[in-house]
Design a protein around this ligand. Sequence first.
Ligand SMILES: C[S@@+](CC[C@H](N)C(=O)[O-])C[C@H]1O[C@@H](n2cnc3c(N)ncnc32)[C@H](O)[C@@H]1O
Length: 280
Amino acid sequence: MASTQFEVDPEDLALLQKLTGITDEKELEDHVTEVQNKANRHVHVYKVRMRYSRSMESKRALVDSISSFLPTTNTFYRLPKLAKDAIFLDVGCCVANALRKVVSDGWPAEHTIGIDLYKEFWNVGHELFKSTSDSFPAGFIGGDLFDNSILDPTNTDSPLDLESGHISAIYASNVFHLFDMEKQWDLARRLVSLLKRTPGSIIFGRHGVIPSEKGLSHGKSGSYHTAESFTKMWTELFELNTVEISCEVRNKSGKRFNSPLGEWDMVFFSIIFIGDTGDA
Ligand SMILES: C[S@@+](CC[C@H](N)C(=O)[O-])C[C@H]1O[C@@H](n2cnc3c(N)ncnc32)[C@H](O)[C@@H]1O
């Protein structure tokens, strides 16, 4: 077989093949490249979106292996079996690659929801994975995570069940670092309110943080978390002893990545609700 430049790990490749029905690697790569180029042209129209389009530049990032984000002991994939109404929410879902992965691994599509500022990404996702709203009936909200009409923790009449305490699993991949610390706190508060208080419920994902030894950065564009301050934020947002928090620096190939603010570390984090351990 001819060698291919298609840099995608075997698990992701298998998922892409399964979902698109394209088994030939070269044909699959052409398909991904075509959709990707179209998306980048589309995104290009809106300059502001280019800032958020990085994930579209890397074929490697098109599908995520969710399992690699989860603590080994987590009951993530048991959540929809334990509660039929368990919902998986992906904030900043882009083309909904993560939603595809969890649905492929057994989470019912109709109990998954994606939110993204740009609804165009959702349509790109359908094109990429060759799906329709009938074949992939996940919910989608096109809008701003900071818009109270979308993610208002106190709202009891929110679209698509986004009510307080309704969501079993919340995934935030490469999203927190888009915002300064004040907005990260705001986003975290919104996510905490959404989380269902059932043992095993989880908020997890990855993003960039300021390396610890550099301390919190206070620049023109605001301040950003280190792994330690990010962890501390979650301990402050939950009742004492109700969650297990993990926040681990995992730099790809041992290297830091460059951001407009200098070198950053990549953290993989999870906050798992373990229940009320108060003295009753
Ligand atoms: C860097 S991409 C990450 C995409 C995907 N989660 C991943 O890891 O591949 C950030 C995503 O967040 C979305 N986004 C940025 N700001 C947002 C906001 N205020 N509300 C909703 N989505 C937002 C962008 O449109 C983009 O799709």
